[in-house]
Design a protein around this ligand. Structure first.
Ligand code: ZN
Length: 251
């Protein structure tokens, strides 16, 4: 099966539709979404309606989704994130709110594991270091592990032939072969497809991934979208100006 992998859409419909159109053309048969569907951006309902219609969808929620449905305290959100959460609460349809309420921040399927941040603290911890990868390995039964949250396209795996060392690197537009164990079972590897709706690696194009479970490969793609159109909607909605500006810089 070929899966389209998306994360951190953050109510950015222009970025989402650009990414979905791009991945659909590559023959995707299933979808993986690592959470933070809403927050920051101006189109929560349009994004949720489109995501909910995806076939063979495995999906979790993120910290922003939990905050919108009042399952996570706003204390540690910065002022811009908090303003967007409050705005989203007022503008989300009852149906989409109920959908978010039904999601969890971590799931395991027969084929892979999803956690928004990390398996040990799914809604809040950022998976950024080799030590964190190592600490979380025992908590995962089905690899690959797909994560989001940091808005950075990243890979974590053990170095082949020297299992004490963790290989961590940024993912660019290049196919990665994933580790296999005896019998062809997928070995420990964590993959972050980057953020669809608010990339933070200085590249302002939407980020997404393609997972081929038969070939055992993963590839990140960057897709241009109408940034100025989203900025205009953010301003028209009365959301903080900073949330419009940062999209142009990819941060
Ligand atoms: Zn996020």
């Amino acid at each position: 099966m070929i899966y389209g992998v998306i994360s951190d859409v953050h109510s950015n419909y222009e970025a989402l539709s650009a990414v979905l159109d791009y991945l659909e053309d590559l023959g995707v048969g299933g979808w993986i979404c690592c959470g933070d569907l809403v927050g920051y951006g101006p189109d929560p309902d349009a994004c949720l309606d489109r995501i909910r219609a995806l076939p063979n969808l495995s999906i979790i929620c993120g910290n922003h989704d939990l905050a919108v449905v009042e399952r996570l305290e706003l204390d540690w959100f910065n002022q811009y994130a908090r303003a967007a959460v409050m705005w989203t609460r007022e503008h989300l349809s009852p149906s989409n709110r109920a959908y978010l309420e039904g999601l969890t921040a971590r799931i395991e399927t027969p084929n892979f594991t999803l956690a928004h941040g990390t398996p040990r603290n799914p809604p809040e911890e950022y998976l950024l270091s080799p030590l964190q990868f190592r600490d979380n390995v025992a908590l995962v039964n089905k690899w690959p592990l797909f994560v989001g949250h940091s808005h950075m396209p990243l890979l974590f795996r053990f170095v082949e032939g020297s299992p004490d060392q963790v290989d961590t690197h940024f993912l660019e537009d290049k196919e990665e072969s994933l580790p296999r164990l005896h019998g062809g079972v997928m070995g420990p590897v964590a993959l972050n497809p980057g953020s669809v709706g608010q990339p933070r690696d200085q590249d302002n194009r939407a980020s997404c991934g393609l997972y081929d479970s038969e070939k055992g490969t993963f590839r990140v793609f960057r897709v241009p979208y109408d940034i100025s159109g989203v900025q205009a909607k953010i301003r028209a909605a009365g959301l903080p100006e900073y949330l419009a500006l940062r999209l142009a810089y990819g941060q």
